[in-house]
Design a protein around this ligand. Sequence first.
Ligand SMILES: *Cc1c(COP(=O)(O)O)cnc(C)c1O
Length: 525
Amino acid sequence: MDTSNVNELEQLGSFEISDQMLKLAQKNQRKNIFLNAGRGNPNWINKKARLAFNRLVEFGVQESERTLSQADLVGCPEKEGILKRFKHFLTAETETDHFLLEILDYTDGLKIDNEDLVKELIDGVLGNNYPVPSRVLKNSELILNQYLESTLYNGTKLADQTQIFPTEGGTAAIVYIFQSLKANKLIQPGDRIAINTPIFTPYLQIPELADYELVEVDLHSTEENHWDLLPEEIDRLNDAKVKALFIVNPSNPGSKALNSNALAAIREVVQKNPDLMIITDDVYGTFVEDFQTIYAVAPYNTLLVYSFSKLFGATGWRLGLIAAHKDNVFDRLIRQLPEKERAQLIKRYDLVVLEPEKLPFIERMVADSRSIGLYHTAGLSTPQQIMEVLFALTHLLAGDSDPYIETSRAIIAERYKELFAALQLPTDDGKENSKYYTLVNIYQLAEERYGKEFRHYLATHFEYMDFLKTLAEKEGVVLIDAVGFGAIAGELRVSEANLPAEDYRLIGHEILKVLKEYHDEFLAK
Ligand SMILES: *Cc1c(COP(=O)(O)O)cnc(C)c1O
């Protein structure tokens, strides 16, 4: 592709444009260091859980040798006495062993049978059995439920009423949800679904695909309203024709979490439109203090998507999950389908279960994730499930003021501050701002610094992508075009996730430098 042509670029998705920008930036004209603030991949990782995982593998191998040991071929762990041997193995002299011992105290408090738990953890990390039950390992679900309650519900107690399906990242969670909503006739071509734009691109792209043919109802947030979703936008859901709401909260790229007014509005909406299906993607929830998910205020109507990728720096592990209330609208809507469609669904699932009509929606997602026929070998790999559990436990043992979470927030807040200082713009320090991403509006910046006439010149003489491209080509700075997310032309997304704080100051300066060069050209004309 010829990247000199911005018109062609505008045909691509935001992340594909970014790949093109990377190439330009790496050989930038000024020979600046190349700064990629495009992607949301964090540049930190959680150490504690990874070391604990390693230690479990060591113990697991030792346990396996007990039953059979012929060179590299060893047996499988036995449950009998495993707890005692595990405690004996742990020395408590290292932080990692101390953490593992603390886990046992904590799970004792949850009334988990620790012998059973240790066997689950050890078999899990070794990966010596198919995931059974396929949806989620038994004790793992209990622990993950505690994690979700502690980080996302803000005091609402739902841990013992929630079912979890761990998935290959939030990405697979999204795919499985769309797939099963369609397969179970809960969304059909022509249905209206609401989306809070600007939004993470897949939520815009998937519904438009020929497979789904959904009609989007755009609940728009704007910069003037600090990217808040206003109650009057939420009121548009009071319409039985709107079948579903897909929402990212805190939003990406707006980075704002719903405040208590918005959550109250949602609570009212599901009373007036009780069939509304809500899918909330709370991947950034832990970056907001006192965050509360929609699932906590409307559990009956909501599926929750979570990912360990961002907080724990674990994008390569592919760790996410779907959570659903035991009593939910998805199951009810399936029961209420017309006779003919119910019969089709019975036929669809009776290959793998005895009472297909009673199969809950969450189990249908598990079955659908493996094209039904392979339901018995479905489920997230057990090492991945245990990694999720260990990440969750780092938080559960740290308690409400988890220093790891505090540090992750402080890091992105510092980067945000540096960027805004360099851009000479006021910061938004409201509690709901996760600061994980920032949207910079080039046209607005142009007007603020050089006046309306220059803004007009910039908007009419150049394609909106021109600035992004010049920034990459000349300065070596890569940002993401937010038009692909449903933002207006001129909005660029800066990710605060993946560069050291001082680089954000540089990025701010380089944005202003490029703007000044456009302005010099404008003056010369
Ligand atoms: C990063 C991101 C995801 C993807 O999470 P993975 O677990 O890495 O697949 C999902 N939703 C949103 C809004 C994201 O920003």
